[in-house]
Ligand binder design. Structure first.
Ligand SMILES: *[C@@H]1O[C@H](CO)[C@@H](O)[C@H](O)[C@H]1NC(C)=O
Ligand SMILES: *[C@@H]1O[C@H](CO)[C@@H](O)[C@H](O)[C@H]1NC(C)=O
Ligand SMILES: *[C@@H]1O[C@H](CO)[C@@H](O)[C@H](O)[C@H]1NC(C)=O
Ligand SMILES: *[C@@H]1O[C@H](CO)[C@@H](O)[C@H](O)[C@H]1NC(C)=O
Length: 401
């Protein structure tokens, strides 16, 4: 196949999808969302096509697309932007220029991308972190942790923990003028899983407990053991993030074995000996009535996977898989969920569980929200929704950090 044929196929499918994609009625700027969604659907078709032709792997096509958006560290009138390393791990720092009477809050933002994609270099993350630093007069740290499939579990969480601990050193906080009592760990999507897991781990670490003031989780992914919650069912085909793409990519972090994602897609990946974990994500129990709709909870089907996939049942991948006493004493928490999102119920269940054990929590549910909306806050495809989400996140930080 020539490039021309490929391009033709791409545009043909793109326009075909534009008309076909059903968009929920309450969504703002439906045509823009349609373009975003059609773009995503075509990209996954292209990725499958290219993989079948032996030209590149499924995920490589997405990596290539994301890379188009990469930015260099450019300072502006308000913020000094620096790319550096914490240990071996690349980080981008956003340091406000204006003079400050007091020390600043510090925010570590962990980007999303299903453990496979994304970088602090991405235009959307760069612009969001810059805005956070500017509006809050805060120091923002954005790590580029190691990604899958080159680096399997637990590479990503280990890097995030390393960066946070590095930043929390007295001499580092002092160097950047950061107030040690105003530190927040933040993350979106799979970055939300990393942020939630890091917050849990640090709380249990005698040297670091009480050093984190807050966590902010934006449409977080918080478990991989039940991939048929009501939101996974209702938004299986998006908008934007489909169940298949999310699972295919996320499984690359857990195993080199391609069978894993197929088994997870069938929701038959949890071995019987891990049965006790289902109670932590039992949506029949933990989801508010309103979101259960007509869905019937069925007892999970057991698979015969075994310890060859060590991350699968690990709370560092699925922060929901810890008992209530491990959730107690988590810091002040902000969770943002979007209605039109397969990961909606992950967030809602964490809200219920944290409330049950008395963790102070603010929950914003965006009725017309779609997964990944924050990524669309810059030209050429900026959604009002994306800006709205970022404003909510920043407003909460302003009032609470
Ligand atoms: C710098 O901050 C001011 C005040 O918040 C704002 O109006 C301006 O747009 C900012 N500049 C940039 C490049 O973000
Ligand atoms: C899930 O919750 C329902 C309702 O409380 C209960 O009947 C069921 O046994 C639970 N299942 C698991 C696996 O925890
Ligand atoms: C785990 O599964 C793999 C792949 O199916 C198999 O090769 C291996 O023998 C199994 N290990 C155990 C301990 O059952
Ligand atoms: C919760 O889990 C921890 C760690 O696995 C364990 O030490 C503790 O006993 C458990 N607590 C309860 C109430 O089950």
């Amino acid at each position: 196949m020539t490039n021309k044929t490929l391009c033709f196929a791409f545009f043909f499918m793109f326009f075909a999808y534009l008309n076909y994609v059903p968009i929920p009625g309450n969504i703002e700027e439906p045509w823009k969302v349609r373009i975003v969604d059609a773009g995503m659907k075509i990209s996954s078709l292209m990725a499958i096509l290219l993989e079948n032709m032996g030209l590149m792997k499924f995920e490589e096509f997405f990596v290539m697309l994301m890379g188009v958006q990469d930015t260099r560290p450019v300072s502006d009138e308000n913020i000094t932007v620096i790319d550096t390393d914490f240990g071996d791990i690349p980080v981008r720092l956003y340091l406000p220029k204006r003079k400050s009477e007091r020390q600043r809050p510090g925010i570590i933002h962990i980007h999303g991308g299903a453990y496979v994609l994304g970088s602090f270099k991405s235009l959307s993350y760069d612009s969001m972190n810059r805005k956070t630093a500017n509006k809050l007069d805060a120091v923002v740290i954005a790590p580029d942790y190691r990604l899958a499939p080159q680096h399997l579990f637990p590479a990503a969480i280990e890097d995030c923990i390393f960066v946070i601990k590095f930043f929390l050193q007295e001499k580092v906080l002092e160097k950047y003028g950061v107030d040690p009592t105003r530190i927040c760990i933040s993350g979106d999507s799979s970055g939300g899983a990393l942020a939630a897991a890091a917050t849990q781990l640090l709380k249990d670490d005698p040297e670091y407990k009480n050093k984190i003031k807050a966590q902010t989780l934006i449409y977080p992914k918080l478990q991989t053991i039940d991939t048929l919650t009501p939101s996974y069912r209702e938004y299986e085909h998006g908008p934007f993030l489909s169940r298949k793409v999310a699972i295919t990519l996320a499984c690359l972090y857990l195993s080199e074995d391609k069978e894993l994602s197929k088994t997870v897609l069938r929701n038959a990946h949890v071995p019987q000996e891990s049965q006790h974990l289902f109670k932590f994500v039992n949506w029949s129990d933990l989801l508010p009535e309103k979101y259960k709709k007509n869905h019937i909870y069925t007892e999970p089907v057991f698979g015969n996977l075994n310890a060859s996939h060590p991350g699968l049942m690990d709370s560092r991948v699925s922060p929901l898989l810890v008992n209530d006493s491990q959730l107690q004493k988590l810091p002040l928490t902000y969770i943002l969920t979007c209605e039109h999102d397969i990961l909606r119920d992950d967030g809602l269940i964490y809200v219920t569980r944290l409330r049950n054990v008395g963790v102070p929590i603010t929950h914003d549910h965006i009725e017309d929200g779609i997964h990944g909306a924050m990524l669309f806050s810059t030209a050429p495809l900026h959604l009002q929704l994306g800006l709205r989400l970022i404003d909510k996140y920043i407003t909460w930080l302003k009032e609470n950090l």
